[in-house]
Every structure is written in C-alpha cells, then in structure tokens.
Design a protein around this ligand. Structure first.
Ligand SMILES: Nc1nc2c(ncn2[C@@H]2O[C@H](COP(=O)(O)OP(=O)(O)OP(=O)(O)O)[C@@H](O)[C@H]2O)c(=O)[nH]1
Ligand SMILES: [Mg+2]
Length: 320
C-alpha cells in the first residue's frame, strides 16, 4: 500500500498483500521467538500476577525494553479472554498494544514532495546499513520518476565509494564523489550544488559511520551541515539515522549518541530479516519521540519498506 508513494502507477489494493507478506516473512525470526514464549504464558482466560511477571520477561527477552514491556503487560493484565479462543485473542491484544506504542512514530516520508532538491543526510554507525539504504531509496525514487543525486561523503574507505557508485548506476542517479580521505563536507557541498544545477528532486548524502570518537564525528557532521547551508540555509531537510536491528538494545544508545550530535528528523531500522531482535523497534519508539520512516527486511531495493505501525506489530507477533 505504501510503496504507492513512490510507484504512482500501482493501485494501493494491488500493492498491499505483497507488502504484508514481505514484512511477515521478514520478521519471522523475531515473531517465532516471541510467539513460542507467549503461548506458554497464555493458558487461562485471566492472567494472575505471576503470569503478568512472566509475560513481562518474555517481552523484555524480545528486546522491547523494560518500559514498553511493563506497559504492554499491564494493559493485557486488565483484559479477559475467552475459554475457547483465549490464545488467539491474547495475541490480537498483544499486537494492538504494540501498535499503540508504535503508531505515534509512524510517519510516511515522501521525498518526491517538498523543497527541491530535497536534501537528505544519512547518518549511523559502521555497518548499520546507510549505504544500502541510500541505494534502495535511490532505486525506489527513480522508479517513481524522481531525479536523484547521490553524494559519497563517506570518504573513509575507497570500497564504500565504489559500493555507492554501483547503487547509483543501477538507479540511474547522478553520483558525486571525491578521492578516499578527501574532505567529507566538500563532497556534501558539491552534491547539493550538483542537485541544484541538475534540478534534481532529491539529494541523498552518505556519511562515514565512525562513532569511536564522538567529538570528531560531531565536528565532521557539524562541518557537513555548515557547508551545505552556504547553498541552502534549510539543509539538510532530512537527517535520517540508520539503525541495525541485530544490535538489539545498543540501538537505544546509538540514538542517544547521535541525538546529542545533531537533530534527527527520522529513523530507518535495517536488517529486521536477519534477527530475532525486531522488538527493539518498540523499545526505540517507547523511548524516543522520533518518526520512524522506513524498515529494511532484506538486501533488495523492494526490501526497504515504509514503516507501517499496524502491519509491523501484527507481523512481530506472527499475525498476517
Ligand atoms: N539482510 C539485510 N541486510 C542488510 C539490510 N540493510 C543492509 N544490509 C547489509 O548490511 C551490510 C552493511 O550495510 P552498509 O549499507 O554497507 O552499511 P553502512 O552503514 O554503509 O556501513 P559503513 O559504510 O561501513 O559505515 C551490507 O552487507 C548490506 O547488504 C537489510 O535490511 N537486510
Ligand atoms: Mg557505507
């Protein structure tokens, strides 16, 4: 339904089932773990205090975090389920409570709208999926007919520049890069300049993921932003923080670290397909009032999906 934002030819009715299936399969590892433990807790119509404590443990073990776990378990404690169909009802109730936490963070980002060029800075730690996410975004935007410029402001590794070039070529996007070790801010500046010259719709800017030295990172990001603002005082229009779901609870401290460095306008959570820790998105949503724009459930362009709180919650508890 939501790729309709990018793919204007596709009717929402056509796209919906396909998307739901990808998400359901993508979250299978997370849901398998959760459902297994959940079914063993739910054996009666009303949960007693011990059941609630056990349920909280199950939710914490699913990486949802203590606060969300307490909130969800508390909500389920107040409900009564039927003798005949209690398990199924409880699972529906669980999905609804998870969705209640995620829904306020659901915010579809249509980069083809708004200022042109829409300047998007992509940040995150090493290996979180920044470059891949940019490649996927570029592909999906190109498919929707948008003109895209990609900037390789990750000048840390030569291989990183090559990897991004491959994605750019595949998407037919313009590509701005400099030699390894060059000034990242210079590349960001050139990218914005090129995007304006080419009347591009979107400029996607990749950055290096080092977080070992926070003051260095802060200085580099601040410089990138300062330099871009010489061309467009509102730049960047979006700063997307990419989080890797496989790191589990570490994602929370990554959000904190980057938040202290710069304003984050939205989140992308990748690699949900490769982990049983998908519940961490619930912990992030509970802790941080930052919109969640996209989730990654695989390595192909179609595997980057707009975040939909309801379908994510259902898939996370194994409901299709
Ligand atoms: N299964 C799966 N793999 C992903 C997903 N997103 C990214 N990856 C893989 O994760 C690895 C790291 O992704 P990159 O995009 O290179 O990460 P990065 O943040 O650019 O890393 P650095 O440039 O080193 O900072 C690659 O092998 C990607 O193919 C996803 O949603 N699912
Ligand atoms: Mg990269």
């Amino acid at each position: 339904m939501i790729w309709g934002l990018f793919d204007k030819k596709k009717k929402p009715e056509d796209a919906a089932p396909e998307q739901a299936k990808g998400l359901f399969d993508g979250l299978r590892k997370s849901s398998a773990k959760l459902v297994d433990s959940f079914t063993s807790v739910f054996t009666k119509e009303k949960l007693d205090a011990a059941d609630i404590a056990e349920l909280e443990e199950v939710l914490i073990a699913s990486d949802m975090g203590a606060a969300a776990a307490a909130r969800i378990a508390g909500a389920l404690a107040d409900q009564r389920f039927s003798k005949e169909n209690g398990q199924a009802e409880a699972r529906e109730a669980l999905a609804a409570e998870v969705a209640r936490i995620l829904k306020p963070r659901e915010a579809h980002l249509d980069l083809t709208q708004g200022p042109k060029p829409r300047i998007v800075l992509v940040i995150g730690v090493n290996g979180s999926g920044k470059t891949t996410t940019i490649g996927k975004l570029a592909n999906n935007l190109a498919k929707a007919g948008a003109r895209v410029v990609i900037g390789a402001a990750d000048t840390f590794r030569a291989a990183a520049i090559e990897q991004l070039k491959v994605w750019a070529d595949r998407a037919g996007a313009s590509f701005v890069a400099a030699a390894q070790g060059a000034d990242a801010a210079g590349v960001a500046f050139e990218t914005v300049k090129r995007a304006r010259e080419e009347h591009a719709d979107v400029a996607l800017i990749d950055t290096a993921g080092r977080l070992q030295n926070k003051s260095e990172l802060m200085a580099e990001l601040a410089k990138i932003i300062r330099v871009m603002r010489k061309l467009d005082e509102d730049a960047p229009h979006e700063t997307l923080l990419v989080l890797d779901a496989t790191v589990g609870q570490n994602a929370l401290s990554q959000v904190e670290s980057f938040r202290s460095v710069t304003e984050i306008t939205g989140l992308v959570m990748t690699k949900l397909d490769g982990t049983a820790k998908g519940g961490v998105l619930v912990a992030v949503a509970q802790r941080h009032a930052i919109p969640i724009h996209f989730i990654g459930v695989g390595e192909k362009a179609e595997d980057l999906q707009p975040f939909d709180a309801t379908s994510f919650s259902r898939a996370l508890v194994g409901l299709n």
